[in-house]
Design a protein around this ligand. Structure first.
Ligand SMILES: [Cu+2]
Length: 322
């Protein structure tokens, strides 16, 4: 994104610089031209339509260019590509804990291959932090209690600074790290080092240990929804709303199961608030995500609504609340 951001920034600087120059020159010219002279009375000018139109239309055009250009850059930087590699980030006073979807864990360091899209799914264990990589022109606040997302694609191997830019306590200034961008071959070698197995596999283990499997069965007989193929799809809720099953939805459903109950189910799930760590939550989210392989299928994936418990009669066609 650096090239895009810089081009827009330089354009803004040039436009601002030109306006500043124009205003200063005009102030000095008018001050000299219309200075007070003994015995000379000023002409009263009642206005000029062409002049007013000119100074309305030209700035309007310039502002619209800035608006659309800025919106384009913003949407691009806010929308992670669908096939991006995922890295889970947990911020805490005062360090960054990172875990690759493949299972590698790191502290204050993130190794990535050059040329690959990397999506960061971030949360905080305590206060608000902010993930800032100036070289990538990328900054995203990291909040407790929810996920925020950012992405980048490193284009040159090297080591880049990572800062926390949200004042987060005594050692805030020490909350720094590096993004280490490697050649793909080098990265593969690094990857083949220590690993705890894929994050989704850890999630599957936690899913079994916490007994989630007893209700979230892979058929339609469970007391909870079958989670196969749910991630990334719209979900119809008991109160008629339709939400998308994204990372934040899965997270909320684990910590506050009563908040969004799936249509056809009872709010019987207990909360896991305080029972699972941020890392375990990330693993669970990765696991639920791994149950939807169509996720990587792109925009063509067919939307599906969670299948309610077989005992509850499915709503007749066309009667769904939208
Ligand atoms: Cu911080």
């Amino acid at each position: 994104m650096a090239g895009n951001v810089d081009a827009l920034f330089i354009f803004l600087l040039i436009v601002s610089g030109m306006m500043t120059l124009l205003i200063f020159v005009a102030v000095m010219y008018f001050a000299a031209r219309y200075r007070h002279r003994k015995g000379v009375l000023a002409d009263q000018i009642e206005g000029s339509i062409p002049l007013e139109l000119t100074w309305s239309i030209i700035p309007f055009g310039v502002f619209m260019v800035i608006f659309f250009w800025g919106a384009f850059v913003y949407f691009k930087s806010r929308t992670p590509p669908r096939d991006a590699t995922e890295v889970y980030v947990v911020a805490k006073q005062w360090m960054w804990k990172l875990e690759h979807a493949e299972g590698q864990r790191e502290i204050n360091e993130l190794h990535v291959p050059v040329g690959r899209d990397v999506k960061l799914i971030m949360t905080s264990q305590d206060v608000i932090h902010s993930f800032f990589v100036p070289d990538f022109r990328m900054k995203q606040d990291v909040l407790p209690g929810r996920y925020t997302v950012a992405w980048f694609r490193a284009t040159k191997p090297g080591i880049y600074h990572l800062f926390c830019t949200q004042y987060c306590g005594t050692q805030h200034s020490g909350m720094i790290g590096s993004i280490i961008v490697m050649e793909p071959a080098q990265y593969e070698a690094w990857m083949s080092g220590s690993s705890n197995g894929p994050l989704s596999a850890s999630g599957e283990k936690i899913f079994a240990e916490l007994g989630c499997v007893t209700c979230h069965r892979t058929d339609t007989q469970g007391r909870g929804p079958n989670l196969q193929g749910v991630f990334g799809k719209p979900v119809q809720l008991e109160d008629g709303r339709i939400v998308t099953a994204d990372e934040n939805y899965v997270r909320e459903s684990i910590l506050d199961p009563g908040a969004k109950v799936v249509k056809g189910f009872k709010p019987v799930m207990p909360t896991f608030q305080g029972l699972v760590s941020e890392e375990q939550l990330n693993a669970l989210v990765a696991y639920v995500k791994s149950l939807s392989p169509a996720q990587s299928g792109g925009a063509g994936a067919t939307p599906a609504v969670m299948v309610p418990n077989a005992a509850v009669k499915a709503p007749a066609k066309g009667s769904q609340v939208h």
